[in-house]
Design a protein around this ligand. Structure first.
Ligand code: B12
Length: 217
């Protein structure tokens, strides 16, 4: 039963069918499938399939666009459930989150933002195509503890380095920079002087907590 629903979520994204993605997402909730599993093993599996096919030149950009939209629409049903699971707690910290300049991929960043919120963090989601300086200015304005920087394109990854530099230039010594996104690695994070890296949303929440602990020592 649950594998059938995961399959339905995957197919809805592959076929770029937003309505089916929303319906299957609701079915997943009704069947008590953990929403994060529905996102990663269902919707995410579909978007990965289309991404790989696009990379191999087997599908066109329009298919990538409708698949991305179906994933976002399915997520719009699932993310509020993750958010609602949040227990009332003291703020774990404040995070300014965004996707780098020149990059409009939002899905992974939004999942990470929701998971951080579910773990008690306050998240200021700056959206996509965010210039390095704007990350630093927002961190200053909101007195953020952490800046989260997403990049999905190999060509936009260098902008993550610019964010690290902008934070340094702004003298924000107590603000940690955490980066992520499919093409990034722990080695890349270390190379550009970022304080943390995570390859998925659950690890991102864990890393954010570790960065908060490091700030206190
Ligand atoms: C959906 C999609 C799109 C959608 C995006 C819709 C949206 N609103 O986000 C659209 C159609 C707009 C799009 C556009 C383009 N795309 Co695109 N896209 C994808 C696709 C299929 C899925 C990305 C995704 O959402 N994955 C699912 C999420 C959950 O995974 P994720 O983003 O990796 O996030 C997880 C982790 O990385 C991590 N994480 C993410 N962010 C952060 C941040 C922090 C702080 C931390 C700690 C962790 C973290 O946690 C997340 C949750 O687990 C990928 C293929 C792929 N396999 O990645 C291609 C892909 C990224 N796109 C690609 C390309 C080439 C493009 C375009 C240039 C195509 C074009 N010719 O126009 C444009 C770029 C436009 C731009 N300027 O940004 C290439 C990139 C190649 C490269 N190496 O540079 C890929 C890899 C496809 C491919 N195989 O060729 N794309």
């Amino acid at each position: 039963m649950s594998s059938e629903i995961l399959e339905e979520l995957r197919n809805a994204v592959v076929e770029g069918d937003s309505e089916r993605a929303r319906e299957a997402a609701q079915k997943a909730i009704d069947a008590n499938i953990p929403p994060l599993d529905a996102i990663s093993k269902g919707l995410g599996a579909g978007v990965k399939e289309i991404g790989d096919k696009f990379g191999a030149g087997e599908v066109f950009l329009v298919e990538l666009i409708v698949a991305g939209k179906a994933m976002k629409d399915g997520m719009s049903v699932l993310l509020p459930v993750i958010q609602a699971a949040k227990t009332k707690m003291e703020s774990a910290g404040k995070v300014v989150m965004g996707t780098v300049e020149g990059d409009i991929h939002s899905i992974g960043k939004d999942i990470v933002s929701t998971l951080l919120e579910a773990n008690g963090f306050e998240v200021i989601n700056m959206g996509e195509d965010v210039p390095a300086k704007v990350f630093a200015e927002a961190a200053k304005e909101h007195k953020a503890d952490i800046i989260g920087v997403s990049a999905l394109l190999t060509s936009s990854m260098p902008k993550q380095r610019e964010v690290v530099q902008a934070v340094e230039d702004a003298g924000l010594v107590n603000v940690k920079v955490m980066i992520g996104g499919a093409p990034t690695t722990k080695e890349w994070a270390e190379k550009i002087g970022a304080d943390g890296w995570a390859g998925d949303a659950i690890t991102a929440a864990k890393t954010a907590k570790e960065l908060m602990a490091a700030k206190r020592t």
